[in-house]
Structure formats: structure tokens, C-alpha cells
Design a protein around this ligand. Structure first.
Ligand code: GLU
Length: 497
């Protein structure tokens, strides 16, 4: 199918991670592409866990993958946790199915047992390579006499099963790259059953894709060379190969495969850092997909209706941390104060900000809203909002030193208290009115506004940095601010004896 053919008809796609690490951003992008294809065309998404490596697979990683996908807003129609008609969905539970298929290939002469030990193989490989030739399995066991085979079997010699690669050329039809044609003569008789009886990667993937009725395989282009073997296996097992789409891999800014060297690479790390799931999915979708115009901000729902394979490009996907941060800001901007507060609250909790969380809800929302502009991620609300639980009259050294610099401190603070007390109130209008009246009072005295507004900030909060004064007045109310200024005055008096 070429990209021009439009939406796919009821595709069955799958995301097949190996639970040998936390969900990597690259895999998350593969999952997202599959999900978008399924949801955009009335198809089904299967989650299949490729946990055939017991040493490296763990339940903890399985949990991380499932939780991270859910956090991104993705769900699936069939999988180890939700069941389905094509299960089980963990490869470790499918050994019988692989065995049956391997036996069938053996019986049909499409595969053969190989008794070569790793040591023997290595010695032969070395001698071939040292003579300047490329090593491929030399098919020694393909030509074994029946008597020799029986002897090895009766001695209990361990064996693998190798696929007998047929002659000719192999074509992988890739929706992104067109036809990839490879001469089968370049392909080794690869192992489909290991010496411990477990299925090799290629056999397991192909048997699963056949039995799970997968119509489209969408995965990273590191699997393009595997696809050639897969096409051969599909054919040998009498099945039509699915359509393939091998998307480009995720690279770091230096062009090397995105790894920890470049920064955080797992979805859960970004979750913990306070990125919005919608920003991450937006970002991952834009890495090699474009809507065809200059729009960049998409919710997951918008992506479902907009995403199409025709918009996917095969060019390199370079991870750009600045772009992700920018998108995070854009999506945060769209949140109401209430929504933003709901998302920030777990981070306040994680960082032990119980006092802030105990504030009345509208105060907490105001506190979060007041620091919104300085936030790149949700965690950025932790710290700046502490200003709202500082005890009145506590001044940090820097603020104290700044107050000392004022040559009209007493008069300025007096003006602030007077303006606050006479205006009263705590809504935005009242707060803006108070700030305006302070500017006017400064002007009347021939002062710059800063002469009054700066001591106001320092005396109300005890800090040199913080949210807009309007928010401070809305949070504590005009009277509350006046009391805080008075408390600061007392602190200064006590300090100066
Ligand atoms: N389990 C493989 C991986 O995590 C995916 C195999 C496939 O998609 O065919 O890279």
C-alpha cells in the first residue's frame, strides 16, 4: 500500500515491547503511531509483551510500560492485562504455539536441526573471516547423514533449529520506504529454536503476528533487516506477510541513537519531571509526522483525526529538548487554573508541601496560577509557591539588605499600608486598583514607581523574587498584606534595636 492510498481499512496493529527496561521514548513513539493508526481507522491495537529473555525481562518493567502507556492516554483492545481472543499476550506463555510451528517447518523440510556447538561455529567463523570472506552458517548440519543425526540424538547432543533460507530474492513492502529487495543468498540460515528449546526472536514474532492476525507492522527501522527474515518465515508458514512501516529511530541532538547520554530517555522520567502527557504525545507525533501545514499544537484527540501515514516522513527524528519544553508550555497555557492545580498537586505532595495543600482550594489555585508564567514543567510550581506559606514578618537576608537601601522606606511602607487599608478587598479589580494608586502616590512625590512597589514586595513576602503584586494582594487580601507589612516593620525594628 502506498501512502497515497489513504486510510487503512480496519487494521490490526500491535505494539510489542520487550520488558527489559522502562518504556523508552523511542518505543513510546512506536506505540503512539500504532495507536493512532488503530484509532484513526477503526482498527484494533494489540499489546504483546516480548518477554522471552528471562534474565533481562522483569515484572517491574512490564508495569512501567503499561503505566506509562496509560499515562500517555493510550489503551489497547487486546493485551496481557485486558485479555482478548488471540492470547496469551506474553511470549513466555506461548512456547507451545512456537514449538508446533517449528515442528511443522522441520517436517516440511523448511528448517533443520543443527548440532554445531558455539565453539565449533566460532572456530569456523574465524577461519572464514581471516581469509577475507563474510561468514554465513556453512550448512554443515543440513547435509548430515541420517545415521550421524541418530548418533548425535542418541548421545543427547544439544541442537538448535535453523530456518532453511530459500534461494531467490526477498521483497519487503514498506509503506514508507517502498519495496526493499534483498538477495536471499546474503541471509544466514538463522536460528528459529535455541538449544534450550525456546523460540528465537524471528520465529516468535512471525508466529505471533500470524496467529494474532496482524495486518500492519509498524516499528522502528532497526527492524528493517529483520523484516527480510520475517517475510521468508511468513511465506514458509503459508501466511501472507503483513504490510510493514519501519519508521526512523529517535536520535539525540548529536545524531546518535537517543540514549541516557543525551538526558532522560524513559517516559516515566518525563512524567516525574512534570511534563504533561499531552505535550509528550504531541511532541512524539511531530517527530517525523507533519499535518501538511504549519500547525504544531495537537491534543491526542486531534492527532487521531489528523494523523495519517501519508504525513509520516522517513527522515531522521532528532529529539529536541527545547521543542518539547515549548510544547509543554503551550499545553500548560491551555489549562484552567483548576486543571493546572490538579496536575501540580501530586508534585506538591511528592515534595512534602503539606502546608500548601492544606490551603483552601481557591487559595491554592491562586497560588499556582500566580507562578504559571514561570513554569516550563509542573514541578516548576514547587518552590515558587512556598512564598504563600511564609510566616508574616520573616525576611530573608537579601530582602533585608534591599529594604535597607531605600532612603524613603518608612514613608513608602506607610503609603502601602494606607492604600491597602483604605481600599480593602481581595478581588482582581481591587488589587489592580491598589497597585495603580501606589503608582500614583509615587508619581505625586516625584518618585519612580519602584520606590514604593519594591518595598511593597519585599515587606509583604520577605523575598526579592515572587509573583506579580496583584496576586499577592488577591491571595492575602488588602488587609492581610497590610498586616504582613506591619509585621515586617516590627521585624526590622527589632533587628535594628
Ligand atoms: N520486541 C521488539 C522490540 O522491543 C519489537 C519487535 C517487533 O515489533 O516486531 O524492539
Amino acid at each position: 500500500m502506498s501512502p497515497a492510498e489513504g486510510p487503512l481499512a480496519n487494521p490490526r496493529v500491535r505494539f510489542a515491547p520487550s520488558p527489559t527496561g522502562k518504556l523508552h521514548l523511542g518505543s513510546a513513539r512506536t506505540a503512539l503511531f500504532n495507536w493512532l493508526v488503530a484509532r484513526g481507522s477503526g482498527g484494533s491495537l494489540v499489546l504483546r509483551l516480548e518477554d522471552t529473555d528471562p534474565e533481562r525481562s522483569s515484572e517491574e518493567f512490564e508495569r512501567d510500560i503499561i503505566d506509562s502507556l496509560h499515562w500517555m492516554g493510550l489503551e489497547w483492545d487486546e493485551g496481557p492485562d485486558v485479555g482478548g481472543a488471540h492470547g496469551p499476550y506474553r511470549q513466555s506463555e506461548r512456547s507451545d504455539i512456537y514449538r508446533e510451528n517449528a515442528e511443522r517447518l522441520l517436517a516440511e523440510g523448511k528448517a533443520y536441526r543443527c548440532y554445531c556447538t558455539p565453539g565449533e561455529l566460532e572456530a569456523r567463523r574465524k577461519s572464514v573471516v581471516s581469509s577475507g570472506r563474510a561468514w554465513r552458517y556453512d550448512r554443515r548440519c543440513l547435509g548430515l547423514e541420517a545415521a550421524e543425526r541418530e548418533r548425535l540424538e542418541s548421545e543427547g547432543a544439544p541442537s538448535t533449529v535453523r530456518f532453511l533460507v530459500p534461494e531467490g530474492s526477498v521483497t519487503v513492502e514498506d509503506m514508507l520506504r517502498g519495496e526493499v529487495v534483498v538477495d536471499a543468498g546474503e541471509i544466514d540460515d538463522f536460528i528459529i529454536v535455541r538449544s534450550d528449546g525456546s523460540a528465537g526472536f524471528h520465529l516468535a514474532v512471525v508466529v505471533d503476528d500470524i496467529t494474532m492476525e496482524i495486518t500492519h507492522v509498524i516499528r522502528g527501522d532497526d527492524h528493517l533487516t529483520n523484516a527480510v527474515r520475517h517475510v521468508l518465515l511468513f511465506g514458509a508458514l503459508g501466511a501472507t506477510a503483513p504490510k510493514f512501516l519501519h519508521h526512523s529511530l529517535l536520535m539525540g541532538p548529536d545524531g546518535a541513537k537517543l540514549s541516557k547520554r543525551h538526558g532522560s530517555t524513559s517516559v516515566s522520567d518525563y512524567r516525574e519531571k512534570g511534563y504533561l502527557p499531552v505535550a509528550l504525545t504531541n511532541y512524539l507525533a511531530l517527530l517525523s509526522w507533519s499535518p501538511g501545514d504549519d500547525r504544531e499544537i495537537f491534543t491526542l484527540g486531534e492527532l487521531v483525526s489528523e494523523f495519517g501515514i501519508a504525513g509520516v516522513s522517513a527522515s531522521k527524528a532528532i529529539f529536541d529538548f527545547d521543542k518539547l519544553n515549548w510544547l509543554n508550555r503551550q499545553h500548560m497555557k491551555k489549562l484552567s487554573s483548576g486543571e493546572l492545580t490538579d496536575m501540580v498537586a501530586p508534585f506538591l505532595e511528592r515534595e512534602g508541601r503539606a502546608e500548601l495543600l492544606a490551603l483552601p482550594r481557591e487559595k491554592l489555585e491562586l497560588a499556582v496560577e500566580s507562578v504559571r508564567n514561570g513554569m516550563e514543567t509542573l514541578t516548576d510550581a514547587v518552590g515558587p509557591t512556598d512564598i504563600y506559606v511564609r510566616p508574616a514578618g520573616s525576611i530573608d537576608d537579601k530582602a533585608g539588605a534591599e529594604l535597607d537601601k531605600s532612603d524613603v522606606l518608612d514613608e513608602a511602607l506607610g503609603l502601602c499600608i494606607e492604600a491597602l487599608r483604605s481600599a480593602g478587598g481581595s478581588d482582581r479589580e481591587a488589587a489592580e486598583g491598589i497597585v495603580e494608586s501606589l503608582r500614583a502616590a509615587a508619581k505625586e512625590r516625584g518618585w519612580g514607581a519602584k520606590k514604593v512597589l519594591w518595598p511593597f514586595r519585599l515587606a509583604v513576602t520577605g523575598l526579592t523574587v515572587g509573583p506579580d503584586l496583584v496576586y499577592l494582594i488577591m491571595f492575602w487580601g488588602a488587609d492581610g498584606c497590610a498586616e504582613r507589612i506591619e509585621a515586617t516593620r516590627r521585624t526590622l525594628e527589632a533587628r535594628d534595636g
